[in-house]
Design a protein around this ligand. Structure first.
Ligand code: SF4
Ligand code: SF4
Ligand code: SF4
Length: 349
């Protein structure tokens, strides 16, 4: 086990898992990444953590979109905020924090937006005993590369990765790590930023906060990229029957009705790209594109995805979302079509 490993210290809040949120969700990011198969799935679809197998690499924390895993002694959200702004910083498991696996793409983007330069020291990864089959270092690099695609799209410097060995020993590394964790515990609190009742992951709050700080330096152009941690939704007017399932099941309330339920509004900042809305939409009316506006994200603005005009069906007298000039609802229309032979027969008789 690594000197840096806080095994047995990772806690699991299994009710935050997307598999609990919706029965058809098949997320397995944590299970797939865990290098020791410490994460399992019960018959009731609950994620579990076997602490006797866990080596404390923290990769599950960095990969879970809902922050189901937490390490109480090191909060990456607080760490990123405490780095301040406009510095040249180096992230390393040796001297200032936990394994870089704890940071997801949003944290790396936030660091890139806040600072003049960010360097990620991965020089110990090749010999780290938590990095079994190189899985953890590959994931760290994927997160940094995704962050760099976002940073390049907003004309910010990319995060650098260094793999050169330096002189700090692993024993010294352990002491630095413990010292810094203790320092973090005593420093400024950012509790007012994080509402415990909020379904939005803390990394998204830090991402928004960092975007706001940098907004004046960001170019006024859309970001035309696909990311794993966020999606931009659209709804097809003709297909949507305003059933509201996407709104009901969206785990972060990114989709909402207006007060009279004639409009569906979308807050891109709140979307965690879980895909649940795509899965539950029976007519397949909702889909994703890759167009992000930084001002909309920074100020958590809502966009209008669809606006329905309601009409009363001349057959069943129930109001329905009218698509054109039709006077009967889709249900009555399909009933008439399904039984056209019968109607025809009755007419002939
Ligand atoms: S990564 Fe998170 S949401 Fe996905 S299965 Fe694991 S705990 Fe659930
Ligand atoms: S987009 Fe799909 S799930 Fe959402 S209201 Fe329309 S039909 Fe229902
Ligand atoms: S809008 Fe869809 S993809 Fe985004 S968080 Fe909600 S359910 Fe998930």
């Amino acid at each position: 086990m690594s000197l840096l490993s806080p095994a047995n210290a990772i806690k699991i809040e299994s009710l935050r898992c997307l598999r609990i949120e919706h029965v058809s969700n098949e997320c397995s990011k944590c299970i797939d990444l865990c290098p020791t198969e410490a994460i399992g799935l019960s018959t009731s679809r609950r994620i579990s953590l076997d602490s006797t197998k866990c080596v404390g690499c923290m990769a599950c924390i960095g990969v879970c979109p809902t922050e189901t895993f937490v390490y109480p002694d090191f909060d990456p959200a607080v760490f990123v905020l405490q780095t301040g702004i406009k510095k040249d910083i180096t992230l390393s498991c040796k001297n200032n924090n936990a394994c870089l696996g704890i940071f997801n793409s949003e944290y790396f983007i936030s660091l890139g937006l806040r600072h003049d330069s960010v360097n990620c020291d991965m020089s110990l990864c090749s010999e780290c005993d938590m990095n079994l089959s190189g899985k953890i270092s590959v994931t760290i690099e994927e997160h940094i590369n995704e962050a760099n695609r976002f940073l390049q799209a907003v004309d910010k410097p990319s995060i650098a990765i260094s793999k050169e060995q330096n002189k700090l020993s692993r024993r010294e590394a352990l002491f630095s790590f413990v010292k810094d964790v203790n320092t973090l515990r005593n420093e400024e609190s950012f509790d007012e930023l994080f509402d415990p009742k909020e379904s939005l992951p803390k990394s998204r709050t830090v991402f928004q906060n960092s975007l706001k700080l940098a907004i004046e330096e960001l170019p006024p152009k859309p970001i035309l990229e696909k990311f794993s941690f966020i999606s931009h939704k659209q709804i097809d007017f003709i297909s949507c029957d305003n059933c509201g399932d996407c709104i009901q099941f969206c785990p972060t309330k990114a989709l909402q009705y207006n007060s009279d339920k004639t409009k569906i509004l979308f807050q891109p900042l709140r979307c965690i790209a879980c895909g649940i809305c795509d899965d539950v939409c029976k007519p397949k009316a909702i889909s994703s594109d890759s167009v992000f506006d930084v001002v909309t994200l920074a100020f958590n603005r809502a966009e209008l995805l669809i606006e329905h005009h309601f009409e009363v069906c001349s057959e069943c007298r129930v109001s329905f979302p009218q698509k054109g000039n039709e006077t009967i609802c889709a249900r009555c229309e399909s009933f008439v079509q399904d039984h056209s032979d019968l109607f025809g027969l009755a007419r002939d008789m």
